[in-house]
Design a protein around this ligand. Structure first.
Ligand code: PMP
Length: 474
């Protein structure tokens, strides 16, 4: 038997994908690959299927390519089913719509944005400017991240969370979002179940699905401050449960788990051998004296089955720089690094240099932002709670409020009856020219998310318009 050629992409296709008349359904790419491999004396997997029409000789393949009308163009979906199933990011879509309306001259107030409305601190920008001049930053660097960046993450993680890690446990990613995708891709196999406390950030279920996993929503409503209990998690657990997604402070609700709750959930995960992917991107945006301890610090034995996701976006007003990271057990980080080495390689060196300056600096910038966020948070919660039919818990973290609008659904507002929060969000945009994100983007309907990462005057103007509109409900 001839040795298998090193590059044989077709051999990895499952045979079921090539039915009886596979010769007609094969794409030109597949035919070319077959030709190449048969010419090399090797029969790829699909060429060994037990059908009379399967080609085994170079001539058959040539005939097939030249003489058989290829129906493939219409037989295949233009976009793969896997990618076609991904929904557009609802939060980015709302933000884009609000910006487009604004650009067209409409006085739209946008509460959709998931980013601080402050510029990146000047000392960070200065480091980036200098980094542009250094030819070392013009080159490829290690896929896992600049050594100085990984060291800065190690030091920052110890400083901020009390979590001692090694640089080999760190992978620098293109924003926290890439860390989310890579974390699920690295530990989830097709059919594995992922417990997803809902409301959840809109990207999680897409990342789970892309990995072939199954999201199992565990819903916590406003009466429990959107925080799931161990009992709820246990009720959702099955033999297929591999991972729990844990996000505190939370996007979209701003809720923060208490240290006792973090411990209870961590111990439950440990007891059942469940992995935890802990998203800590809002770790520094905490109010009212709340704390958000890192789960593997509270439950140290969990460290071998825990992946931490983080980034500079929210803490240092650096959403556009695209620098995040994942921390995990060495073997998992190595596997994720292999994936990233084929996907995007190293993160932009200039952005990494800026992020190093951010992490090695102090937290003055976020402390200043927090003063403004805290003031806006209180104002927004109290204004929203003045609206009959709206129930808005006071969040203790991030920069979102997440009111329930159950009391408004089914009622008439300016001649329209909204039965879902999507319909209500559309009405608010049409009638009040205010953009909010409907709860459906984060799981259950009947909620809206408003970001308070915008100027005080705009905030008051926008919520006043919402108050005026929704108070007309009858
Ligand atoms: N996790 C959560 C919970 C988020 O809200 C976001 C940004 N909206 C991210 C991760 C990703 O942040 P980025 O990719 O901008 O670093």
């Amino acid at each position: 038997m001839n040795p298998q050629p090193a590059v044989l992409e077709t051999a990895t296709l499952p045979i079921e994908l090539l039915p009886f008349n596979s010769v007609c359904l094969m794409s030109n790419h597949t035919v070319k690959a077959c030709l190449r491999t048969v010419e090399q004396g090797y029969r790829p997997a699909e060429c060994t299927t037990q059908t009379a029409r399967v080609p085994t000789r170079v001539r058959d393949l040539r005939d097939m390519r030249n003489n058989v009308p290829m129906t493939s163009a219409s037989a295949f979906p233009r976009v793969s089913r896997r990618i076609g199933a991904i929904a557009e990011s609802a939060t980015l879509a709302v933000d884009a719509k609000a910006k487009a309306l604004k650009a067209a001259g409409r006085p739209v107030v946008g509460f959709g944005a998931g980013e601080p409305d402050f510029p990146t601190p000047a000392y960070i920008v200065e480091v980036a400017k200098a980094a542009c001049e250094n030819p070392a930053n013009h080159r490829y660097t290690p896929a896992a991240g600049l050594p100085e960046m990984k060291d800065a993450i190690v030091a920052k993680t110890l400083r901020d969370s009390g979590y001692a890690i090694d640089a080999s446990q760190v992978l620098v990613t293109n924003g926290g979002k890439q860390a989310v995708y890579q974390a699920f891709a690295t530990i989830v196999d097709p059919g594995d179940e992922v417990l997803l406390p809902a409301p959840y950030w809109t990207t999680y279920p897409e990342a789970v699905a892309l990995a072939g996993g199954v999201s199992v929503e565990v819903v916590a409503d406003e009466t429990q401050n959107y925080l799931v209990s161990v009992e709820q998690l246990e009720a959702a657990r099955t033999p297929k449960t591999k991972v729990l997604l844990f996000c505190s402070p939370s996007n979209p609700t701003g809720s923060v788990y208490s240290p006792e709750q973090v411990k209870a959930i961590g111990e439950w995960a440990l007891e059942h051998g469940i992995w935890v992917i802990a998203d800590e991107i809002y770790e520094h945006l905490l109010y009212d004296g709340a704390t958000a301890p890192s789960m593997p610090v509270v439950v140290p034995e969990l460290a071998d089955r825990c992946i931490i996701l983080n980034g500079v976006a929210k803490t240092y007003a650096m959403t556009g720089w695209r620098v995040g990271w994942m921390i995990g057990p060495k073997d998992v980080i190595k596997a994720a690094t292999n994936l990233q080495s084929h996907l995007s390689s190293n993160v932009n060196n200039v952005a990494q240099r800026a992020a190093i300056a951010a992490l090695n600096g102090d937290l003055t910038a976020v402390d200043e932002m927090k003063v403004a966020f805290d003031r806006r948070r209180k104002l927004m919660v109290s204004m929203l709670n003045e609206i009959p039919g709206v129930v808005c818990p006071t969040p203790q973290g991030a920069f979102y409020v997440y009111p329930s609008v159950k009391g408004l659904l089914g009622k008439e507002i300016r001649g329209k009856v909204c039965n879902t929060s999507t319909e209500l969000a559309a009405l608010i945009l049409d009638e009040a020219e205010v953009a909010v994100v409907p709860g459906e983007a984060f799981g259950p309907s009947s909620y809206i998310r408003l970001s308070y990462a915008l100027g005080d005057a705009d905030l008051v103007e926008g919520v006043t318009r919402i108050q005026k509109l929704l108070s007309e409900a009858k």
